[in-house]
Write a protein that binds this ligand. Structure first.
Ligand code: BG6
Length: 507
């Protein structure tokens, strides 16, 4: 809500957003996500001066650790993974609020200890009763943890204080389980206190999609079926599943990242301009466009799932998925997925959105390529219309963050020959400001109670509604196509686009 003073409002918007008195409890604190992303993000926020002086961090896990052991683990995680330089004084302050609670998720005594620890920190660090509970645990433990929080009175919103739940993806493994999980969570926390993480929304380049589209006049007039031929959304990874077989096997690429990251990218690329950038308005537009997504009629021809086999990557020999430690040797889990979706609305009718993702692909790259129709006619003798390239606008989400526009240009010389060239915007060259890590931004938003960058339940449900029939179809029909590690996925995916007279970009 704005005040009657527009200048004051404008200045307020520019002030750094600093969290008030608060603390964070991480369940599953010994996991990879916690060490590589969450702990460093907390330190970076502190280092940037965005956390209150008494900010507290409680780790909850089964390990037999004392507070000092936990502090040492946080220290090492920070030293290894933080983005900002290490500063003794920042660390010295942060470590004062570090505590560890040992226990299983169903251990009542441990939750009573957690309660006492929070009270102790409220008194010693001035956290004011404001705590966020971050569930960085395997999805099967979500219900136990939230129910334990309720049972021990930890979820109760005290007068003038807040309690919030942060839930890592995947939120359910299909529509029914997502709704059931939601019922359990909402029995404990009110809707506005639940923050579902999709860390792609925390990425600078993803937030820039809306700036690019709606802060400029250049792109929006052509961002529709009259000019756009198709859209390709790619999230390619060169890594395999690492030590994550326990989580990944049976989940697969489509559930792991299409249901959340890629469908969110589609929503941001395709949605209408929201009336404002507050959470409700943006969610309303994303919901509308996700509701308009139509599945392919022929799931056999317009979706492809793949599984990597033994191959070479960066000069190193790597094993196939079925030989990875911990996978079922008969697993049908998809490590690659490609899906063609249509959007049934006036802006996009007839413009396919091709989504693909995979592990052990040629290289790590996430991008959104809006590919435009060819020029209708070529007046140049030396270049036939079909030889003209297709203009494209590519939002490079990572790793080489920026935007590229590809268009035809005259080749220098005495003839009128046209060839494709690129025009680039690179974050590194245009800005001196460094991008916060996605988790930094998201943790800060949780502490501030700002929910713009968190998918609403409706978005999660609609995404499962899109994916469920595809997963069902895959379950019933054979095995995933194979592709050697280090390549760009199964040939079936190339054939899928070739049938439409198109081809995947080689990023
Ligand atoms: C996670 C997936 O959500 O995103 C992982 O579970 C994947 O499988 C990761 O590796 C990729 O994230 P980023 O930020 O490196 O693209």
């Amino acid at each position: 809500m704005s005040s009657s003073n527009p200048l004051r409002d404008a200045l307020d918007r520019r002030l750094p957003r600093i969290a008030g008195p608060s603390g964070l409890v991480i369940f599953g604190v010994t996991g990879d996500l916690s060490r590589k992303k969450l702990m460093p993000a907390v330190y970076d926020l502190a280092n940037r001066g965005l956390l209150p002086p008494g900010f507290s961090l409680i780790g909850f896990a089964r390990r037999q650790w004392e507070d000092e052991d936990f502090a040492q683990v946080v220290y090492e995680a920070v030293k290894q993974h933080a983005r900002t330089p290490f500063r003794e004084e920042v660390w010295a302050q942060l470590v004062q609020g570090c505590r560890f609670v040992q226990g299983d998720f169903d251990d009542d005594t441990a939750f009573e200890t957690l309660k006492a620890t929070i009270e102790e920190l409220d008194a010693a660090q001035g956290t004011g009763g404001n705590f966020a509970f971050y569930l960085s645990v395997p999805p099967k433990f979500f219900p136990t943890v939230v129910q334990q929080l309720k049972k021990h009175g930890l979820a109760e919103q005290q007068e003038g204080a807040w309690r919030r739940a942060v839930i890592e993806k995947p939120f359910g493994h299909d529509l029914a389980s997502a709704q059931e999980l939601n019922r359990i969570v909402h029995d404990v926390f009110p809707a506005e206190s639940v923050f579902r993480i999709d860390h792609y929304l925390g990425k600078e380049t993803v937030q820039n999609i809306l700036a690019l589209r709606f802060a400029n006049t250049l792109f929006e007039p052509i961002w529709n079926r009259s000019y756009v031929d198709h859209v390709q959304i790619t999230m390619a990874e060169d890594i395999g599943i690492g030590g994550r077989a326990g989580y990944y096997d049976g989940i697969g690429a489509a559930r792991d990242v299409i249901q959340n990251h890629l469908l969110q990218l589609l929503a941001l690329t395709a949605m209408e301009e929201p009336v404002s950038f507050d959470a409700d308005a943006v969610a309303a537009e994303k919901t509308k466009v996700l509701s308009a997504v139509r599945l392919p009629k022929d799931l056999g021809k317009e979706t492809v799932r793949g599984q990597y086999t033994h191959g070479w990557q960066g000069g190193e020999e790597v094993v196939g998925y079925l030989e990875e430690e911990g996978t079922d040797p008969n697993s049908k889990t998809d490590t690659y997925a490609a899906i063609k979706l249509d959007i049934d609305n006036r802006r996009w009718a007839g413009v396919p959105f091709y989504l693909r993702t995979g592990k052990r692909l040629g290289r790590r790259v996430t991008e959104i390529a809006v590919v435009f129709q060819r020029a209708p006619y070529s007046p140049f003798d030396q270049t036939a219309t079909e030889e003209l390239g297709q203009n494209a606008l590519v939002i490079r989400v990572q790793p080489d963050e920026g935007v590229t526009v590809r268009f035809g240009s005259k080749v220098p010389g005495t003839q009128m020959e046209v060839r494709d060239v690129s025009m680039d915007f690179a974050y590194g060259e245009s800005f001196t400001e460094s991008s916060p890590e996605a988790y930094e931004r998201l943790i800060l938003d949780v502490l501030l109670g700002e929910s713009n960058l968190f998918p609403r339940l409706k978005e999660v449900e609609l995404s499962w509604q899109i994916l469920d029939p595809i997963e069902e179809y895959w379950d019933k029909h054979g095995r995933p196509a194979q592709y050697p590690a280090g390549t760009w996925g199964p040939v079936e995916a190339d054939e899928m686009l070739a049938r439409d007279g198109r081809s995947w970009r080689r990023p």
